[in-house]
Design a protein around this ligand. Structure first.
Ligand code: SF4
Length: 181
């Protein structure tokens, strides 16, 4: 991508409430069979429930191939204070805010790049009832597949990018990734 476009992107995203971020190459993204297996074991209860999760997103190989077709990758986090680890409402609110921020970051990338691939947290909750599998997704531009659904090992990815996977007691950290040209 043009140096100027990357510079413009960085100038704009610096104005947003991102906690940490990094640029990397898609070849540096860590894909893992195990992450995908955990996902397929339905640990979060989202497997097979939306267009944003496996099996709808394709096989691990297909997801990886899709990511590697891009030239660059951006990863960012939000870190939100919650009352304690049982603060379900706090977790929920943190995720809603993270997704809203992902919309904003996505807008910046859409402004400067063509058809970025945006991955975010735990499937999609844009619609009250997902159309999966009966009709195509109603909001493909708002639908961000989960990083884990793509088989990305976020914990190790964070280390590789010098980012914190965990921001301390009573915080919740969420990640999103954007692949772009
Ligand atoms: S945007 Fe709606 S239809 Fe599309 S994956 Fe999300 S919930 Fe399903």
């Amino acid at each position: 991508m043009l140096y100027m476009s990357k510079f413009s992107i960085e100038q704009e995203i610096k104005l947003l409430p991102i906690h940490e971020y990094a640029f990397l190459k898609p070849e540096e993204v860590i894909f893992s069979e195990e992450v995908r297996e955990i996902c397929e074991g339905n640990s979060c209860g989202m497997y097979g429930t939306s267009w944003a999760c496996p099996p709808a997103v394709g096989s691990l190989e297909e997801c990886q191939k899709q990511c590697l077709e891009y030239e660059d990758t951006f990863i960012f986090t939000t870190a939100t204070q919650i009352k304690n680890s049982y603060d379900v409402q706090g977790w929920l609110e943190a995720r809603i805010q993270h997704e809203k921020l992902t919309d904003k970051v996505g807008e910046v990338f859409r402004k400067y790049t063509k058809s970025p691939l945006i991955l975010s947290t735990e499937g999609c909750n844009v619609c009250k009832n997902c159309t999966y599998p009966n009709e195509p997704c109603h909001f493909p531009k708002k639908m961000y597949p989960a990083t884990e659904g793509y088989g990305i090992l976020v914990m190790r990815q964070a280390q590789l990018c010098n980012m914190r996977y965990n921001n301390g007691a009573n915080t919740v950290t969420y990640f999103s990734m954007i692949f772009f040209n």
